[in-house]
Design a protein around this ligand. Sequence first.
Ligand code: C2E
Ligand code: MG
Ligand code: MG
Ligand code: MG
Length: 282
Amino acid sequence: EAKHNGKSSYAHFSPEMSEVSHERLQMESLMRRALELNEFELHYQPIVHTETGKLQAAEALLRWNNPTLGLVMPDRFIPLAEETGLITPVGEWVMQEACRTAVGWGKTTGRSIGISVNVSPRQFRDPGFFDGVMSALRSSGLKPELLELEITERLLLDNSIETATILYQLDKAGVRLSVDDFGTGYSALSYLKSYPFDVLKIDKSFVNDVNKEPEDASLVRAIINMAHSLGLKVIAEGVEEESQADFLRREHCDYSQGYYYSRPQTGKDFEGWLKSTHRIPV
Ligand code: C2E
Ligand code: MG
Ligand code: MG
Ligand code: MG
């Protein structure tokens, strides 16, 4: 970086910058030990059938519980985990834990619950990624059809043979694939026909204003229609209000997820709730 600063070959550190990098370094060193200290945990958010409100699956969402930093949300540490490569072991743990948990729910409740796991680009590109997924399925005994991997458009920007190959291998293994945050990336839509995706997750920024901004309503409607004509299912993210749920029902959006139905919950709470009801209480 310093080289690009022109005349001087020294980077100019302001006090704020060194504070930021100090915080970063501290976070990085704490993160390096977080796995062995068991500081990560998964929370689960229901994904429901829009029409009936019945549970379809759960999305696993990572949290980091650190004595110094407190409860750290993924937007604060996933980017650093990606930069440092720590996302690979952390992501492997997430995959194992999510699959194991879904199988546990199946045993205690007698119901097959799908589980969605977020995968970041660096994690996906790790040469051991595919084997890691297979090993999580094997050791947990989860049916591949119950596992859905959420991938962002960012991954597809590289247009690489390797990425395509892994996507096809996963598809062949029976794992479901979804495009997360659909509509926020800069990918060309043509990837939808070249890769074996099953699901589009409409980003919450579009869902937010479906009843306030006619343009957002049009976009959501268009995404749903396009997805359906390509044979894909649609999940709306960030559903917070009844009026949004009503809109999505009218537009035949297959599945919905958001605070209106439920916030992400601990595995224990989610299981307790699973045992007590088949529907989301709204
Ligand atoms: P995402 O995959 O798009 O997950 C949805 C995010 O929206 C979650 O935030 C969820 O708690 C939040 N959300 C759900 N319903 C609502 C709603 O009605 N309104 C609003 N405003 N937000 C809602 P969270 O848990 O903070 O996760 C943020 C992002 O971090 C995720 O976005 C995902 O990209 C990433 N992430 C989470 N867990 C993992 C993981 O295990 N691995 C990787 N690589 N990334 C993860
Ligand atoms: Mg997601
Ligand atoms: Mg498939
Ligand atoms: Mg999303």
